[in-house]
Structures are given as structure tokens and as C-alpha cells.
Ligand binder design. Sequence first.
Ligand SMILES: C[S@@+](CC[C@H](N)C(=O)[O-])C[C@H]1O[C@@H](n2cnc3c(N)ncnc32)[C@H](O)[C@@H]1O
Length: 269
Amino acid sequence: MALCPAFTKAGCPCAYKGKPCFGGYCGVHKSQAPKEPVEPPSPKPPTIEPYFKNDNHTIFCGDSSQLMKQMPNESVDLVLTDPPYKDYISQRPNNDYAKPIDKGAFTFEKLVSDIERVLKPNRHFYIWCCDVTVADAIIAVKNSKTLKFKNILKWVKNNWGAGDCKGAYGRRTELCIFGQKGRREFFTNRATDVFYANRIPPKRGKHPTVKPVSILQDWIERSTLPGEVVFDPYAGSHSMAESAKLAGRDSISFELDSQYCDLGITKLT
Ligand SMILES: C[S@@+](CC[C@H](N)C(=O)[O-])C[C@H]1O[C@@H](n2cnc3c(N)ncnc32)[C@H](O)[C@@H]1O
């Protein structure tokens, strides 16, 4: 028994082949209708169109929490993302490329549940984090029923952060959680959990937290096959998309800031 597509709270507008309609079911008499009252289908939110699209790469400019709703289940082969966990303005007040973000909007729990849904089975995921957020990220993954925590990968940089240098160790690493949904083996050589690359200065990268393409490309090639789809819901300068292009993989990126989306287009064209 199929629900009438035109059914609304006001009733069923069609006289289906002259037969009675009841409770949203066309051609159904009251006596045959399901006992449970049916709710009319809620209107679908409008689809947000891509900001940029070519045969292999797509950029959506907008809020990831909205855009995520239009991502089909089990549709991507790798999630490789770097979510916003700090307010760039307070962190780097003199940085021209710093943008304020709504700190309350992001949680690792939400990200993990989105990854659970959109990632195909037997695939990998990578979530960048830092000393301060790594515990929250791991707890969120460990609480997941379908995702498995595997490693904390370390990017060792050529510089280290300022801050409380007399009361804390200077941070020279950035951390990334690696895990799996199901199991997939690496497609390239075995590797340790330490990766070396120079930091990209914000002036050169046109973004305050650019991740190195050399490392991202290595991970993409390790975790996917050519032509598979890599997804980053917090794209920033689009270093993931750039790395996917270099690796011959497809990419889908979400980014709130149109300036960073424009930067992404320059890397993909
Ligand atoms: C840590 S940065 C990503 C940097 C990136 N990995 C790179 O290499 O350039 C996070 C990005 O998420 C974006 N962002 C913040 N909130 C967002 C949201 N709700 N939806 C989409 N993007 C968002 C920010 O504008 C920022 O560029």
C-alpha cells in the first residue's frame, strides 16, 4: 500500500480512479486502511547545488551540518577531514587569513555519526585534531558501534608553537586519528605513525591551518584505489582535494567560507 505523493494534512486531493482515498492511501477504503494514523511526508529541504563541479571534483560552499543531510548513505570511500576546533581569531589575532567560527557548532560525536553514515563499509577515515582535542576525538570514535580506532598519526613539523614555553613543551606535532569502518588493508607500503613535512605559512597557504599535501596524498594512496571518492566536510584551503587530484582520486569538499572555496577552485582547475 503506497502513500499518496500528493497527501497533505488537508487530505488526499486525488480521486484515485474513482475509488475512495483514506488517510493518505489512494484507492483504499476506510476499512482497509492501516490502523496507525499516517503523517504526511514532511517537505524535503531544498538541495544545495555545487559551488564548483568537474568530472572528478565537487565543492559545496555552505554549512557542513546542512550539506551533510544531502549526502547519501555509504557513498564515499574515504573521509579525510580537519574540523574546526579552535577560534582562529583568538588564536592568531594578527593573521590576515584568520576567520571567526562558531565554536559551539562542531562536536566530534556529530562528525563520527556522519562518518558512520556516509562512509562505505570496509573503508578508512582520518580526523585531524590536536593535543587539546585528541581525547574528545578518540572517545567519540571509541563510542561508535561501527568505527574502529586504530592509530594516532603524528605530523612532525619544522617549527613549534609559541605559548607557555616555560611551563609546557613546545608543540611540534599535529595529530590525526586514523581508523576503519570494517577492515581494509593498505594499498601501498607499510608505514609507521610518524610523518615529516614543513609547516605551510598562512601567507603562502592563504589559510591559517593548511595541512601538507605530501602527507595527505600518501594517506589517500594508502587508503583508496584510483577513482574512489575522498570526502572532506571542512575543506579550508582544499589541500585534501588538491591531494586527491594529484593521487587520481575523486573528491567532495564542503567549506563554509566562499574565499576558501574560490581557493579550492584554483587548485582543481
Ligand atoms: C582546520 S580548517 C581546515 C584546513 C584544511 N585541512 C587545509 O589544509 O587547509 C577547518 C575549516 O572548516 C571551515 N568550517 C568551519 N565551520 C564550518 C561548517 N560549519 N561547515 C563547513 N566548513 C566549516 C573553516 O572555514 C575552516 O576553513
